[in-house]
Design a protein around this ligand. Structure first.
Ligand code: 11C
Length: 349
């Protein structure tokens, strides 16, 4: 069996990486169809040496499609994912639109592949900052249980899309060339949908997505809610502070956990990370070895280091978790879900 796969949002930061990940994938492919808005229709992309022309997204685009990977924003997913399912496609959606729907599995293949068995046509890809956290923490949760986690993120601008990456580059150049901070043009960050915009170059913005009434941001709530859904445990205490930093790609996270069981120590946690699927241990302070955002680019793994025991809390541990937000955080996790659906014989609505 070979699949016809559609990529929705093919010109975006994630869509571009989805095409790359499909080209590297073990998924048996028949045809790959690239879809985007009318504005991008007619543009060309290369796939395995072949030129593919981007088509305008319409409901009929999904005729004959087996798997549709969506990354064109929540409103596009809301409108078109049901159209794809109606036509027999399985949708892997990278937006937040369906994530908390109880009928929609929210999947990190290393963590909860069995949730795929309950799919009704749509599978949600979690938020990038949640995915890498899950890869790092699942082996520890399995061994010792997780009572609480406190995470502070250092997130790259590519999470906000191609135009945010351009905004950082332009501001950085202008600032170096003498433009004062208050004169830097900011039109996107911290959040395209909010009223005010601030420069990201040489800055740190403690706002990702808009604020909810409780003064947490939606990005922070995504990490809280998605963690509980993926780990299937509403009892885990989770809190997050999400910060945008002037890095192009690669999200970093300072993670504090308290485990439930006795017996955990740093050596055992390092061993768990070393053997965990999708995780790479980079932890040797004596040699200054630790995960770095810049070195995570174009890698599919999640890198974990700086593992150490809390000074006061017996069952508390700290670590530093890094991954390419466009790959494991988005495009690779989506393609990996498609590969897992194939392996489990679940590519059917
Ligand atoms: C960021 N995590 O880094 C966001 C991007 O819910 O899919 C992903 C938003 C989402 O800006």
């Amino acid at each position: 069996e070979k699949y016809n796969v559609a990529v929705v949002g093919a010109t975006g930061a994630v869509g571009t990486k989805m095409i790359e990940m499909l080209a590297e994938s073990t998924l048996p492919l028949n045809q790959v169809k690239l879809l985007a808005s009318k504005r991008s229709a007619g543009k060309e992309r290369t796939f395995k040496g072949q030129t593919l022309v981007i088509e305008e997204l319409v409901p009929e685009s999904f005729e004959g499609i087996d798997i549709a990977l969506f990354s064109a924003g929540g409103s596009i997913s809301k409108q078109f994912a049901p159209e794809a399912v109606k036509r027999g496609a399985v949708v892997v959606d990278n937006t937040s639109h369906f994530r908390m729907d109880p009928d929609v599995p929210l999947v990190v293949p290393e963590v909860n592949p069995d949730a795929l068995k309950r799919h009704k046509g749509i599978i949600a890809n979690p938020n990038c900052s949640t995915i890498q956290l899950m890869v790092a923490l699942e082996p520890i949760r399995k061994a010792y249980g997780l009572d609480r986690l406190i995470v502070s993120t250092y997130q790259a601008v590519s999470g906000a899309g191609i135009h945010a990456m351009e905004e950082l580059k332009t501001q950085a150049t202008e600032y170096i060339n003498g433009t004062p901070a208050e004169k830097l043009a900011a039109n996107i960050l911290p959040c395209g949908g909010d009223k005010k915009h601030y420069p990201i170059a040489f800055n740190a913005l403690p706002q990702i997505d808009v604020f909810s009434d409780d003064d947490y941001t939606y990005e922070e709530w995504k990490m809280i809610n998605e963690t509980k859904k993926i780990m299937e445990d509403d009892g885990i205490k989770v809190v997050a502070t999400c910060v945008r930093i002037p890095v192009l790609s690669g999200h970093s996270e300072s993670v504090y956990i308290e485990v439930k069981e006795d017996g955990a120590d740093v050596a055992k946690i390092k061993k768990l990370i070393e053997t965990a699927p999708g995780a790479v241990l980079q932890d040797d302070p004596s040699q200054q070895v630790y995960p770095q955002a810049l070195m995570s680019i174009d890698r599919k793994e999640t890198f974990v280091g700086r593992i150490r025991k809390d000074i006061d809390i017996e069952k508390g541990f700290h670590m530093w978790v890094v991954s390419d937000n466009l790959l494991k955080g988005a495009a690779w996790n989506s393609v990996q879900i498609a590969e897992t659906l194939h392996a489990m014989d679940l590519v059917k609505v």
